[in-house]
Design a protein around this ligand. Structure first.
Ligand SMILES: Cc1cc2nc3c(=O)[nH]c(=O)nc-3n(C[C@H](O)[C@H](O)[C@H](O)COP(=O)(O)O)c2cc1C
Length: 354
């Protein structure tokens, strides 16, 4: 994601003030799936334990605040609120693109999640893959990770966003070789993520050949970067292209299943339009290790830290309730619960209950 101050602030403003989510109800694909409701779960709700280990860190629930921001005073305040809420709830926290730090070391304070929330169980750094074609190598990546105390580094893949964005960087050739060379040298696990178009089977197969720890799907159905960038540009041609591609990509549920199959031993984080704990539960049953939620927590944090805490607590309580109703005491048991194709409207509404 581009990270000049203007861009990061205009991304924040658009995400907070405009309609930037996928317009169709349930484009993620989760609504087409249902669990077997168990009216005899042989379990007390109090016994349900949503805690899990992700990238070697213990989380209170398989949830992260998704990668969003940093680099400007407004972004810094947002990171402070998001990190405080994530730490209070015991979930993971992903920083937005650290590109700004490459040219302006003073920007570090706007990414200082660990300073404001030392209790954070898991912090992920972030940079666009295309930066590897712009002179960024192992020393720079190591410095970005060290500066924020990241436990892992997310490298984002955003070709559609760059294609629509004014001044976007669309030089994506040669990235596989560069990723192969740098990933084992960063000193922390490296994960690859999309930003809203999902990871397809051909992409997952390419990723399987790379020495990376895992992926975050960021599939179709949530925040649309094609839409955000078409709202930002004055160029009518780019606006039209952005709107045309608003439906481009792999629905999140499908992408999670694909990634789990193609990357059986790697971390798979589900994201892209996940709006309820039921959807987190379904993502886990499809094979995800955890889920990341971005826009709804950002909107809550814009109101207050307490609102962000409440939003995370709601997601976790919905997940625990889904675990209770499927007789799953632990996240490992939930992963083994079968999902069925929903055949009627009642089942459909189970998955889209946002
Ligand atoms: C305001 C905003 C800024 C974002 N910036 C980044 C970023 O810098 N790096 C990145 O990898 N993803 C970024 N994303 C994408 C999210 O991490 C996530 O993949 C995407 O929004 C889908 O999740 P959602 O539907 O829950 O919002 C951003 C999302 C939002 C809403």
């Amino acid at each position: 994601m581009a990270s000049t101050p203007d861009r990061k602030d205009s991304h924040l403003a658009l995400a907070l003030e405009r309609e930037v989510e996928f317009p169709d109800r349930d484009a993620t694909g989760f609504g087409a799936l249902r669990f077997d409701h168990d009216a005899l779960p042989e379990l007390d709700l109090d016994e349900v334990d949503a805690s899990t280990t992700l990238l070697g860190k213990r989380l209170a629930a398989p949830l992260l605040v998704g990668a969003m921001t940093g680099g400007t005073p407004r972004a810094g305040e947002m990171n402070r609120r998001l990190a405080t809420a994530a730490a209070r709830c015991g979930v993971g926290f992903a920083l937005g693109s650290q590109r700004k730090m490459l040219t302006d070391p003073a920007a570090r304070s706007t990414y200082a999640a660990r300073d404001v929330a030392p209790g954070l169980p898991l912090v992920l750094g972030n940079l666009g893959a295309v930066q590897l074609n712009r002179g960024v190598g192992v020393p720079e990546l190591r410095a970005l990770v060290a500066a924020v105390g990241a436990d892992a580094l997310m490298i984002h893949l955003n070709p559609l966003q760059e294609a629509i964005q004014p001044g976007g960087d669309t030089c994506f050739s040669g990235l596989l070789a560069r990723l192969r060379a740098v990933a084992p040298e960063v000193g922390v696990p490296v994960l690859l993520k999309e930003v809203g178009c999902g990871i397809s089977e051909p992409t997952a197969r390419k990723i399987a050949e790379l020495p990376v720890a895992g992926v975050e799907t960021a599939g179709l159905g949530g925040t649309s970067w094609s839409r955000i960038e078409s709202l930002r540009t004055d160029d009518p041609v780019k606006q039209g292209v952005g709107e045309r591609f608003a439906r481009w990509g792999i629905p999140t549920a499908e992408s999670v299943a694909i990634c789990r199959r193609a990357l059986p031993d790697r971390v798979v984080i589900a994201s892209g339009g996940i709006r309820s704990g039921i959807e987190i539960a379904k993502a886990i049953a499809l094979g995800a290790d955890a889920a990341a939620v971005a826009l709804p927590i950002l909107r809550a944090a814009e109101r207050s830290v307490d609102a962000a805490i409440q939003e995370i607590a709601r997601l976790v309580e919905e997940l625990r309730t889904a675990m209770f109703l499927t007789g799953a005491r632990t996240v490992a048991e939930l992963r083994a619960r079968p999902l069925r194709r929903a055949r009627d409207l009642t089942a459909l509404s189970q998955g889209s209950d946002r």
